[in-house]
Design a protein around this ligand. Structure first.
Ligand SMILES: *Cc1c(COP(=O)(O)O)cnc(C)c1O
Length: 466
């Protein structure tokens, strides 16, 4: 029987059409649809053909209909696998930009899914039957929870900054302190944003100190705006001085130039009693009758990605009349999510409980400690050598730089061959787990866990222990 040991030749490759009629492939087509099955089958046959031409040790099982079906199924499984898997954030960074910033309130998601899966009243007034403005869905809520006079919403805070600058200062000068030349990451750098918005940046002061007279001296008939930018991801400390918002407002008023504050994160509630003392709340800032400010929807607010523009009615109107507005407006899904999130803010206690970001920030340190101890005990019971330790969590997401929240972490020192390898296996598990690595140990911080994830975290850790 010497023929049996010879390797297959090109002639032995099955034909696509014949393969697709076999029961194995029929079953795949039922599950994944005919088009992707045919495409993956052709690709599998192409690669076998190449290997056969190169005499690359193809065996008979690989080219059998069953062997091919297994291979095609594998590539279809990869193609259809969820790209976004469930993530357990045990890093202690509550607004983790790479992990999607603010987790949404379940109530908000339910409402948005319900509304977005059918037709909606996005731009129609029921009473008159006429076209209306999609902003009406959230404007009054934004004004009510912040004390603003007028508001509008765009896709993100970067778009908000861009359109405000372009609407109020295109072709004119914008005065900004050198301490506020922020780079947020990616390609978002204030001087570049300014150029793209068509504004001429007038830099004043020094990195560490800017005085009122620096602004005063820079104002010319060409000045359109005084800009203040929240230093979201850094803090200037030491021999420093900056012009307070009321002082800046006074200069703006005297010289008849509006003041724009790119606040970035922006909390709607006062977080001072929860240990975040350097982050003024939006309602507090608006007491100064600021001309215009913008904040992100998915940072401290804890809602969907959006850029919320708040200000004097005539300024908000100018932004909405800008031709760029259409390019940065929000869709119905975002607006539903935002509407439902803002409603949670109608009562502060309800927001603190039900907006996940706020619940995590304001969670009592004693409660976080209990949670850490419970997880630690269940890991110990399963034979893991772990302990708890005091540590700090961060709000993250470009807010409250240099401010930390007290927490208790679970510390796992191994023994492992490589802490990076264990961290990688935690990331590749289901659900996928992100932890902190410090001094060759893994640290798990319960402060950034969502309700009900304690047991899931413990199970995920035990799954990689083996
Ligand atoms: C985060 C941030 C932005 C960008 O906001 P996105 O919502 O990510 O577009 C702009 N300015 C400041 C000061 C920020 O903190």
């Amino acid at each position: 029987m010497p023929e049996k040991t010879t390797s297959p030749s090109l002639r032995d490759l099955p034909k696509v059409d014949a393969l697709l009629l076999t029961t194995d492939f029929e079953a795949l087509a039922q599950r994944y649809g005919r088009t992707p099955v045919a495409q993956e089958t052709r690709a599998a046959l192409d690669s076998l053909r190449q290997r056969l031409r190169a005499n690359n040790g193809v065996n008979t099982t690989e080219i059998s209909p069953h062997g091919l079906a297994l291979r095609v199924r594998e590539s279809l499984e990869k193609l259809f696998a969820p790209r976004q898997c469930r993530v357990i954030n045990a890093t202690g960074v509550i607004l983790h930009t790479s992990l999607g910033r603010a987790p949404l309130a379940p109530a908000a998601v339910e409402q948005a899914v319900r509304e977005a899966s059918g037709y909606s009243l996005l731009e129609l007034d029921r009473e008159s039957g006429k076209r209306s403005d999609r902003d009406k869905l959230v404007n009054d809520l934004i004004c009510r929870v912040t004390g603003a006079q007028a508001a509008t919403v765009v896709n993100n805070n970067a778009a908000a900054t861009m359109i405000i600058l372009n609407s109020l200062a295109e072709g004119r000068e914008v005065i900004c302190s050198r301490a506020h030349m922020v780079e947020i990451g990616g390609s978002y750098r204030m001087p570049d944003v300014m150029r793209k918005a068509g504004c001429k940046l007038v830099e004043i002061g020094c990195t560490n100190k800017t005085h009122p007279r620096d602004y005063e001296d820079a104002v010319t008939p060409q000045t359109a705006l005084l800009l203040k930018v929240h230093t979201s991801n850094y803090a200037v400390v030491g021999f420093t001085e900056e012009v307070s918002l009321p002082d800046l407002m006074a200069i703006g008023k005297k010289r008849e130039v509006p003041v724009f504050y790119d606040l970035g994160s922006g909390s709607l509630v006062d977080l001072a009693k929860y240990g975040i003392s350097r982050e003024p709340s939006v309602p507090e800032l608006l007491k100064h009758e600021l001309d215009v400010l913008c904040i992100s929807g998915d940072k401290l607010l804890g809602g969907p990605q959006a850029g919320i523009i708040i200000g004097k009615p005539e300024i908000v109107q100018r932004v909405k009349k800008n031709a760029l507005f259409r390019m940065v407006r929000c869709d119905k899904f975002t607006l539903s999510l935002l509407e439902a999130t803002l409603k949670l803010y109608l009562d502060e206690d309800s927001a603190l409980k039900r907006v996940p970001t706020l619940a995590a920030i304001t969670r009592d340190a004693g409660e976080v400690k209990l949670s850490a101890e419970r997880i630690c005990a269940s890991l110990k019971k399963a034979g893991l050598d772990v302990s708890t330790a005091s540590a700090t969590s961060q709000v993250g997401g470009g807010s409250t730089p240099g401010e930390f929240l007290p927490t208790t972490v679970i510390v796992w020192r191994g023994p492992f061959k490589s802490v990076d390898d264990i961290a990688r296996r935690l990331r590749l598990g289901t659900p996928c787990v992100f932890a902190r690595i410090e001094d060759n140990a893994l640290l798990f911080d319960p402060r950034s866990l969502l309700p009900g994830q304690d047991d899931e975290l413990a199970a995920a850790i035990l799954a990689v222990k083996a």
